[in-house]
Design a protein around this ligand. Structure first.
Ligand code: B12
Length: 612
């Protein structure tokens, strides 16, 4: 089949299957692995949006396929894909190496086909990306659906007018042009995020389930998410998705919310194919009281079958939790505290209230029917000493005692890793925020990613800890957390022993490798250590919710099949009107017609498109 656009999700490090690397606990608190095999949810939004306009768009999660099948032939797969354009996400900076390596392969097998990069990190490094011959375009910004439609139109018509494509960074004869950014949409109702309807339809349409799975292992536990917002109201100093990071990187003046009505539509669709909890991304209180009330009232009428998992960015009380309890039959909570040290929290900006208020919030959630409450801490924060990091576990104990040893409480510790986020205030102004940046450019990060252990991959040190100390403190925290969990019966003695043994083994190997690196040993001669699988899995089971059934009844899938067919027929009908719709969209993107009036580019396409 010939596609118009193939969207490829790269692994973090391309040659991870042959490289011996201790990747450590860098992904312990997310559903995907340390290869970061989850693609940005926005890929489905781009694909679903473009398909409405008649384009055939396929997502291929290369990272997940490589993980699932160690023999999976990436080159053969790329060679076999026929498309008018390829898109590669560089949303998360940890994909820096993998994304460029995949782009090189695409160029090797399809030299005349344009390669488009996109995502938050691609936006940040758009100028530098233009220096790679395997990258033709960067589509910048946090909302690229409409600009991508413009670009695809140019590509498909052999169009020369690249200056008229909003948000595009492109090059011709070595000269880089940065088109103005399309104003970020003020609400998120024009597109589906994620577009699960597209994902499901594409399974039937392109006859491949494995290509589009969100991450490896998803079929065994099909967790889902709802994105309530693009942008953020909070300005955490360490976050590359903070208010100021979105302002500087994506020119987003304020967050855009997805309306409660649309969120309910999304939930309605999700419960047709999955029964696992739905993770509601972003604290819903960011939308204001009316937004919260409307969403919860709609939920109360709708009564979703799936459990909903809410995030809290700041403290809450009985009023909020009782509303949630009234609205849904089952709910859980995620709280990222990062530190038990109130000063550190205040400095970073998240949960900047006293510890007793944090405990009161947790108590109130439990009293109001919260089924599972996850509390996350972090190692590697500026101003955090080893003692302060270990005190996080003491705070876990304090919470646990204060909440009556409640078994619904789960505690996690993860490192700030592998990278301090570009565009975060701490990355941009390291001295002010107590960090020392060890890499700045994209190329420097690509080099770091090849480090033999996650210690050499870290792109920062803090005013209190160097990389070695961050790593040592992380493992010490894991051991202390492990002991705490055993003490209160939160894990079995068997699990405790396994974790303790593995942690000690990894620590010893990290030490050996560190010494060898210091002695100047070349990478290929470093001691080879097979990392125990436990590292990435030790908290995975605690991150999962126990559910009676993972999937709904067969009938539900049949109904999805019909819906997909209807969607496809509707899309075919709509395609006739697509020119008209398209003109309307253009006027939204470019109300003054500035871009549309730009001079057409006179030179021939560098990538020599042939299939108009
Ligand atoms: C939700 C979320 C997650 C979810 C993943 C959801 C998903 N599948 O997308 C979870 C919790 C799993 C997660 C995990 C991680 N995350 Co996260 N995450 C976020 C969060 C809170 C929201 C992201 C968001 O709003 N996306 C919406 C928009 C911006 O993106 P989108 O719709 O997916 O895509 C649009 C554009 O980005 C662009 N685009 C994206 N890709 C492409 C590709 C092409 C070709 C094109 C043209 C366009 C394009 O177009 C899309 C459509 O308009 C942000 C913080 C924040 N407030 O932004 C952090 C954030 C993005 N995550 C971050 C990080 C570091 C991670 C982890 C690496 C952390 C870790 N060590 O475990 C992992 C990586 C997981 C993986 N890949 O396997 C950093 C990224 C910083 C950076 N520049 O590298 C952020 C900014 C902040 C943070 N520290 O958490 N994350």
């Amino acid at each position: 089949m010939k596609y118009d656009l193939v969207l490829l999700h790269p692994p973090s490090v391309y040659d991870f299957r042959t490289k011996s690397q201790i990747r450590g606990p860098i992904s312990d608190v997310i559903p995907s692995s340390s290869i970061f095999d989850m693609y940005p949810i926005g890929l489905t939004s781009i694909a679903g949006f473009l398909e409405q306009f008649g384009y055939k768009v396929k997502i291929v999660n290369l990272a997940a396929r490589m993980l699932r099948d160690r023999e999976f032939d990436v080159e053969k797969k790329i060679r076999s894909l026929q498309s008018s354009a390829f898109g590669i996400d560089l949303h998360w900076l940890p994909h820096a190496q993998g994304s460029i390596e995949i782009a090189k392969l695409v160029k090797r097998y399809h030299p005349d086909i344009p390669v488009i990069f996109g995502g938050l990190s691609a936006t940040y490094y758009h100028n530098e990306l233009m220096g790679y011959s395997c990258v033709d375009f960067v589509m910048r910004g946090d909302s690229t659906e409409q600009p991508m439609l413009r670009l695809m139109d140019e590509i498909k018509t052999g169009g020369m007018n690249l200056s008229s494509v909003p948000s595009l960074t492109w090059k011709r004869s070595g000269e880089i042009t940065v088109n103005p950014l399309s104003p970020p949409p003020a609400n998120l109702d024009d597109v589906s995020i994620p577009d699960y309807r597209y994902a499901v339809r594409s399974v039937f349409k392109y006859r491949s389930l494995l290509d589009v799975v969100p991450y490896d292992g998803w079929l065994k536990y099909p967790s889902t998410a709802l994105l309530t917002v693009r942008g953020c109201t909070q300005n955490c100093s360490l976050c590359g998705g903070s208010r100021s990071a979105y302002a500087s990187n994506c020119e987003r003046p304020k967050p855009a919310m997805r309306s409660p009505a649309k969120l309910i539509e999304d939930i309605e669709f999700i419960q047709r194919f999955s029964r696992t909890p739905i993770f509601v991304i972003g604290d819903i209180r960011q939308g204001g009281t009316e937004y919260v009330d409307e969403f919860l009232e709609r939920l109360a009428t709708f009564k979703p079958k799936n459990e909903l998992v809410f995030e809290l960015f700041w403290t809450a009380g009985d009023e909020f939790f009782s509303k949630i309890q009234h609205a849904v039959s089952k709910f859980s909570l995620e709280i990222t505290l990062e530190s038990a040290d109130e000063g550190i929290r205040r400095e970073n900006g998240k949960f900047s209230s006293p510890n007793h208020d944090v405990i009161r919030t947790i108590g109130s959630a439990l009293a109001n029917g919260c089924r599972k409450l996850d509390v996350f801490f972090m190692v590697g924060l500026p101003h955090q000493t080893r003692e302060s990091a270990l005190a996080n576990i003491d705070f876990c104990e304090e919470i646990h005692k204060a909440c009556g040893f409640d078994k619904r409480l789960f505690y996690f510790v993860a490192p700030l890793a592998p990278f301090l986020d570009p565009a975060s205030r701490a990355f941009e102004d390291p001295e002010k925020f107590g960090v020392r940046r060890l890499a700045t450019t994209l190329e420097e990060h690509i080099c770091l990613l090849s480090g033999p252990t996650w210690e050499q991959v870290l792109n920062y040190e803090t005013d209190k800890m160097n990389r070695e100390q961050i790593v040592a403190t992380m493992y010490a925290s894991l051991e202390k957390l492990n002991d705490f969990k055993l003490k209160y019966g939160l894990i079995t003695p068997d699990a405790h022993r396994k974790i303790a043994v593995e942690t000690r083994a990894v620590t010893a190997w990290m030490e050996r490798i560190r010494n060898a690196v210091r002695a100047g040993t070349r990478f290929e001669n470093l001691p080879v250590f097979k990392e125990p699988t436990g590292s990435a899995t030790r908290t995975q089971s605690e991150l999962r919710w126990k559910v009676k059934r993972l999937y709904p009844h067969l009938l539900s899938f049949v109904s999805i099949g019909f819906m997909s067919l209807l969607d496809e027929l509707r899309a075919i009908a709509l395609r006739r009107q697509s020119r008209w719709k398209y003109a309307a969209l253009q006027s939204i993107n470019d109300p003054d017609g500035v871009l549309a009036r730009a001079e057409p580019e006179p030179e021939p396409e560098p990538w020599g498109l042939t299939d108009n």
